[in-house]
Design a protein around this ligand. Structure first.
Ligand code: NAD
Ligand code: WQD
Length: 342
């Protein structure tokens, strides 16, 4: 029997690359499609060094329908698609909404149309806890209301979820929507990790760059929230744990275990950590004293959100395994590799 091939769009990106590693280690053949708009082809070498297997790599834009058709024609053994390819910077999406709507919606439309045309019916989609906004009840479950998006980026995630649900009504499409909480860390080998462009907007890359001396000090955005220490609370999920959830999702669809055509899962640890607690955990994990100051709130920040991951536990059999200390040590190890190469 032919080995199933998983098409991974955005597979040289941060989460995609870790997922390709986990897929290959679980015995899947993988094809990466990436236009390298936010990653480099060198990531394929990192994946190869970790797994000993070179994934197929196609440099192509998912917004190019003909290119996508040619890739599905070339790899006739594709059984499922994991669709990561998207633009993801919240602030940039406010400045360039049309770019975000075009890239994130058109890439999904092309992928799904070519899947159907080629008889591929399983898709795993990268969604986000951003769809919940500030939930009224914590920890948040999948049936919590989806609130009006606070950015064009967030809106693209909501619309993409709806496109998949609507498509599954009329076609044989079966989907898993994974709502990620805050992915952090890097592969423990430090062969792959996150490569933020310019000044990092996300907390952990800013912390590791500050610890490395690239940034002078971290600004903590607000200590006057209604949380125990006044700083915002998030659910920080290790990127390798998150990658494993995609393997479970692909297997779940292949086993036909889904009760409805499109199922949604929260992928988080179930534990909320404040910004100040995260800084403390980083200092304890690495022994590095981190310079930081408290500044005003960042516009648009949610006060507190963390996942109820019970559904992913019981239905997918997925659990977050890595400790926050190991996760932050891996992020730091990766930062040192990046600095060494810079
Ligand atoms: P990333 O930018 O590192 O990876 C995305 C990859 O997609 C990049 O390699 C980029 O070059 C590629 N890409 C973008 N548009 C493309 C296109 N039209 N055609 C082909 N390739 C294209 O981002 P990431 O953090 O790995 O995020 C992956 C997915 O997960 C995204 O859909 C993102 O919205 C979602 N997500 C990310 C987070 C997070 O905090 N990182 C949280 C929730 C959801
Ligand atoms: C985490 C906490 C900040 C930087 C964003 C997107 C979301 C999702 C993940 C894709 C917040 C605080 C941060 C800093 C700080 N992406 N912070 N100083 O905002 O939860 O989510 O990335 O779907 O859509 O909005 O993550 O890492 O930016 O911030 O104090 O320099 O750290 O205020 O409380 P966020 P983040």
């Amino acid at each position: 029997m032919l080995q199933p091939i998983i098409l991974v769009t955005g597979g040289t990106g941060y989460i995609g690359s870790h997922t390709v590693v986990e897929l290959q280690q679980a015995g899947f053949e993988t094809v990466i499609v990436d236009n390298l708009s936010n990653s480099t082809a060198a990531v394929v070498d990192g994946i190869t060094r970790i797994t000993g297997v070179r994934p197929h790599f196609e440099q192509a834009d998912c917004c190019d329908r003909n290119a996508m058709a040619a890739i599905f024609d070339k790899y006739s053994g594709i059984t499922a698609v994991i669709h990561f390819a998207a633009s993801k910077a919240v602030g940039e999406s406010v400045e360039k909404p049309l770019l975000y709507y075009r890239n994130n919606l058109l890439s999904l439309l092309n992928v799904v149309e070519e899947m159907i045309a080629h008889g591929v019916f399983h898709i795993v989609f990268s969604s986000s806890c951003t769809v919940y906004g500030q939930p009224a009840v914590l920890p948040v479950t999948e049936d919590a209301p989806v609130l009006p998006a606070m950015s064009p980026y967030g809106n693209t995630k909501q619309i993409c979820e709806e496109i998949l649900r609507d498509t599954a009504v009329s076609f044989a499409l079966q989907g898993v929507l994974l709502r990620y909480f805050n992915p952090i860390g890097a592969h423990p080998s430090a062969e792959i990790g996150e490569l933020p462009v310019g000044v990092p907007q996300n907390l952990v890359p800013f912390i590791t760059q500050t610890a490395a001396g690239v940034r002078q000090e971290l600004s903590v955005f607000g200590n006057d929230y209604h949380t125990p220490d006044g700083s915002c609370i998030r659910d920080y999920i290790n990127v390798v744990d998150l990658a494993r959830a995609h393997v479970q999702a692909v297997n779940y669809l292949a086993d036909g275990k889904n009760k409805t055509a499109v199922e949604t899962f929260n992928i988080g640890t179930g534990k909320g950590l404040s910004v100040l607690e995260l800084i403390d955990a980083f200092q304890k994990a690495t022994g590095i004293k981190l310079p930081y100051k408290i500044v005003g709130r960042r516009a648009g920040d949610i006060e507190q959100v963390w996942a109820n991951p019970e559904k992913a536990h019981t239905v997918l059999g997925w659990h977050a395994q890595e400790s926050i200390e190991d996760t932050l040590r891996a992020a730091w190890k990766w930062e040192l590799v990046v600095r060494h190469k810079a």
